[in-house]
Design a protein around this ligand. Structure first.
Ligand code: PGA
Ligand code: MG
Length: 226
């Protein structure tokens, strides 16, 4: 039997796609309706990678305002509805991604997405960007009964893509991705241009890249076969 193709599993927000401008615009729309001041987008960018609930909770905390869990649930639902309406907005793939994927595809790699966005939002965004056809599987926080940092979110994504965990690697931008990969015994490449509030070196990923032109097939294979 032929060996299965090697698989690269990408995180979405802050790794594949620069979604921060749209997420922050949605956040500011919602909190304006609640009578709170707009957030400083540079300061909030580091929290974008942890989802809308964390961003909303952090905004209330920074404003010194209490928010109860039911109200937070309502705002999260409102956030998702507004954010979904405007896709793809200004979101776009990070520099060099499509060129790197084109070369990797030629070298027989396959791709998947493992995100803590909901599956619906992830698929809608990738379709709106005309990128959904690249991926063997796109899974979100609600695809399985577990989500990152649980290792099974990653392992089940690999299985869904028809790949071998021993021929797979993850690419991500936050500690959530790094701990998921570590627990699943999958090597991980960290991007240092995503939405992490601490330096990615702190998590000792197998490799750190600052641009997708560093993600060559030779580099990725050397990490998979280590
Ligand atoms: O929406 C989130 O919680 C973060 O999404 P990500 O996992 O694609 O970075
Ligand atoms: Mg991310």
């Amino acid at each position: 039997m032929n060996k299965p193709s090697p698989l690269i599993v990408f995180d979405l927000d802050g790794t594949l796609i620069d979604t921060a401008p749209d997420l922050l615009a949605t956040l500011n729309e919602i909190i304006a309706a609640e009578g709170l001041d707009a957030v400083d987008t540079d300061e909030m960018r580091a929290h974008v990678g942890f989802g809308s609930r964390v961003m909303l909770a952090r905004t209330y905390q920074m404003a010194g305002k209490h928010i109860n869990p039911e109200k937070l649930d309502n705002l999260v639902a409102d956030f998702i509805a507004r954010y979904a309406q405007n896709m793809p907005g200004n979101s776009k793939p990070f520099d060099g991604l499509l060129d790197a994927m084109t070369d990797l595809k030629e070298a027989d790699f396959q791709f998947a997405v493992c995100t803590n966005k909901t599956e619906m939002l992830a698929k809608k965004l990738l379709k709106a960007l005309n990128m959904d056809h690249w991926f063997e599987a796109i899974t979100g926080q609600d695809t399985f009964s577990v989500r990152k940092p649980h290792p099974d979110h990653l392992l089940k994504t690999i299985e869904m893509a028809g790949a071998d965990p021993k021929q797979s690697i993850m690419v991500g931008d936050t500690p959530t991705d790094f701990s998921t990969a570590k627990a699943a015994l999958i090597p991980v490449i960290a991007v240092d241009f995503g939405y992490c509030d601490t330096p990615v070196e702190d998590y000792q990923p197998e490799k750190i890249i600052s641009h997708f032109n560093e993600m060559t097939s030779e580099m990725v294979l050397s990490l998979i076969n280590k």
